[in-house]
Design a protein around this ligand. Sequence first.
Ligand SMILES: [Zn+2]
Ligand SMILES: [Zn+2]
Length: 314
Amino acid sequence: MDKLPCKECGALILPATFQKNHGSCRLCADGIKKETCEDCGKEATVLSNIDGKRICIKCNMSRTKPTTDTWKQSCSIEKHPFKIESLELSPYPNFEDVFLDKKLEGFFYPLCSVHFSGKENDKKHVFHLVSYNGLWLDQAEESAGLNEGYSAFELKDGKYDFKGNLKSFKGYADIPDLYRFLKEDFERSGTEYLNTGMTEEEYEDQVASHYTKQSESFDRAYYIYTFFNYAIKKLKQSRRQGAENLFSAFNTTDFIAASEELIVNEKYFAFPANLVNTIPLGACWSYEYGVDGNNTFAFYDPEKSLVYNVNQYS
Ligand SMILES: [Zn+2]
Ligand SMILES: [Zn+2]
């Protein structure tokens, strides 16, 4: 069925809509106000605020094209400083192999470690993709090391030195104790939970009946739910071979499409990291790890030895 252009704005619409609204799309028929694009001067219904101007979709796309073209180059196997064939994946690495500071346990989940060799000198590099899903940040406490956009870590001998402050997490004072409880319980009974197919609700009820300390300062149910799903997925992974779907490298179409969007919209982060100048590494999809919420995209700044674990909400 061929679509027809709306007589007012030119958007392509179904013939049925065309007929019903006497040649107009639904937006125009509803009288949604058209505005003048401040770039091309044409009338449009959908505009966004870009650098203090009202810009139509077409102009927005042509504005960002140079950036996305540069970025696509950065993600190409030819231009990338690491050999794609050297990629090795370690899903669910041990906490001690990822973080220098033990205090971070319970705040960050290690999703996977990726190993690459450099093209130039064959030097081996290791990076970690980590997530703080299950927790919320206190906006007033955000910093360039930890914020809604990303968490930043300095690489020191293959491990992460956290550049943010744990106080940025809501409930940070109560989390270590609850985490310890959950961890010890899961070490004792996790296999049983998996084998008996315990549900998230059953787990939550069980925790509530054994862990009675109160805390109003954070979303406990979300935290417990995330812990449980991650721990179960990790246990399942330990019983199988292979790691498909656990990491999408820098050259995959999934990674490129979504990271391109992050690059273009980074200016809306409270603390921009200038991602377009970093080396793209790849992404972990939160769903695959049971950590409901943001996906994790990793970018490497070799000059500062920083790795940005960027939150990508799909
Ligand atoms: Zn229209
Ligand atoms: Zn325009």
